[in-house]
Design a protein around this ligand. Sequence first.
Ligand code: FES
Length: 122
Amino acid sequence: MASKLQKRVSKARLDTMQRHVLVCVDGDCGGKTVAKALRKAVASQGLRATVSVAKVDCLDVCTKGTIAVVYPEGTWYAGLDEKAVERLVTQHLRDGRVVEDLVFHRNPLEARCFVDRLDQTG
Ligand code: FES
């Protein structure tokens, strides 16, 4: 019998996830509507198995919201609204092309960074 944690892993689609979108829903960013639109667009594009959208309280940018970041690319987006969400989901999450005019920062997190750190610590 699968453990409760394994059931949650399956429900959260952690085995099939290819991209993780963190969207700020804190007061300064006001992203609750954007997060809802993101989840709806991800579902309507048939991306639920591979894209997870997580609401977070703050991404420490707190200007030009709504702020969101897409991993593993580490692509940071600002000024998201419902119209921009459609472009983000279709162009980036579905077709793999970053929406350049909405990007304000990039910092891809590569797997080797974590391996290097593990090697150093132990
Ligand atoms: S309130 Fe959105 S990044 Fe801080």
